[in-house]
Design a protein around this ligand. Structure first.
Ligand SMILES: [Zn+2]
Length: 358
């Protein structure tokens, strides 16, 4: 079934924008984080929603591979399967397939690779990726892109941008067009121009790997968003630090992948705005104070002390990770709500100064 994607921009402050993304009955006020990784495998959908999450990401590749083992399971719609009431952002999983592939696996019609789990040779094509995103009911779908490392030789990045553009015709209606080109402005421009004239709901800025230096990420995001028409939702499908997500938004991105809440919790770290509390530190043993005073999250409101959270962190307790994750997810979504407010009132510069970012 075709999903109607609507995106209305409301306000702009500097390069940052706030708007409303609607897919069928589902709505997301942007900018927003798309939760992925540890966060969505640790918390229930009810918890995610209560803590302010409106969108999650799912790669369709594992479903596709599981189904190609000679079985034909019906996974149904992901909203039903995962019991998730919000937006499902589909990921083709092409990047994973290319990471598994050898150089000769880069084919004209897709990517050929040995699946590590089964050892079997597989061919993953743009058509298969689009079919699975539709079959699983992904609200936002992206076009298939040939992945290259950000720092690959120019020839490889160029071949990838051309091939990705040649696959635009396979897209499901309403998809996001994947923009590639590594850190090269010329190739990003080629990629943006190739998309014009097609019917897309927006853009997925891909290939900005999380190990690329933050200043470099900001440069390429800023350059690319400046090339894009204002209409259409802009999605950064790179999952990095909280600062990276905030800087991407300040530079014109509407949706950003994020697992910073989960990653920090797993390392015994709690957010206080963009500051970090490292609970492993010895002095917290004697600290009976709340995690962050004035925080409205369930962990802080319940009254767990820093001393107890320190004890749980040292013991690598799953409860400790959960309590920190609940706090962190609330904290980052609260920060996003403040950022949306700052954009709406034209105060995004003050917001960035206050957090000492940008
Ligand atoms: Zn809290």
């Amino acid at each position: 079934m075709k999903k109607q994607v609507k995106f209305n921009l409301n306000k702009q402050s500097g390069n940052a924008r706030t708007g409303l993304l609607q897919v069928g009955e589902k709505q997301v006020t942007t900018p927003a984080l798309v939760q992925t990784g540890d966060t969505i495998t640790t918390l229930t959908p009810g918890e995610l929603t209560k803590l302010g999450t409106t969108a999650i990401k799912q790669s369709v590749l594992p479903y596709c591979l599981a189904a190609s083992e000679g079985q034909h399971p019906d996974f149904g719609d992901l909203h039903t399967r995962l019991q998730w009431p919000g937006l499902v952002v589909g990921d083709t999983g092409a990047e994973q397939a290319y990471r598994w592939a050898k150089p000769r696996g880069r084919k004209k019609n897709g990517v050929s690779f040995h699946e590590p789990a089964s050892g079997q040779q597989k061919l993953y094509t743009p058509e298969i990726a689009m079919e699975w995103q539709a079959k699983l009911g992904c609200d936002l779908q992206s076009t298939f892109a040939r992945w290259e490392n950000y720092y690959s030789p120019v020839d490889d990045l160029q071949a990838a941008a051309k091939q990705t553009a040649s696959w635009l015709d396979t897209a499901n209606p309403g998809s996001l067009a994947t923009i590639t080109g590594g850190g090269l402005k010329r190739l990003r421009r080629f990629s943006v121009e190739a998309v014009q004239g097609h019917q897309f709901s927006g853009y997925n800025l891909a290939g900005i790997d999380e190990d690329v230096k933050l200043t470099e990420q900001v440069r390429v995001i800023r350059e690319t968003t400046a090339m894009l028409p204002a209409a259409g939702v802009r999605y950064l499908s790179t999952c990095g630090s909280l600062e990276q997500a905030l800087l991407a938004i300040i530079n014109g991105i509407d949706l950003v992948d994020s697992d910073c809440a989960g990653q920090a919790a797993r390392h015994g770290v709690a957010f206080n705005r963009t500051k970090r509390i490292h609970l492993v530190k010895e002095h917290f043993l004697a600290d009976q104070g709340p995690l962050v005073s004035g925080c409205g999250c369930p962990t802080c409101r319940a009254g767990y002390s820093r001393s107890y959270l320190h004890q749980l962190t040292l013991a690598k307790s799953p409860l400790g990770v959960r309590l920190l994750l609940i706090h962190n997810l609330y904290a980052v979504n609260h920060l996003l709500a403040q950022l949306r407010q700052a954009i709406a009132t034209g105060q995004v510069d003050d917001f960035a100064d206050d957090l000492a970012i940008g």
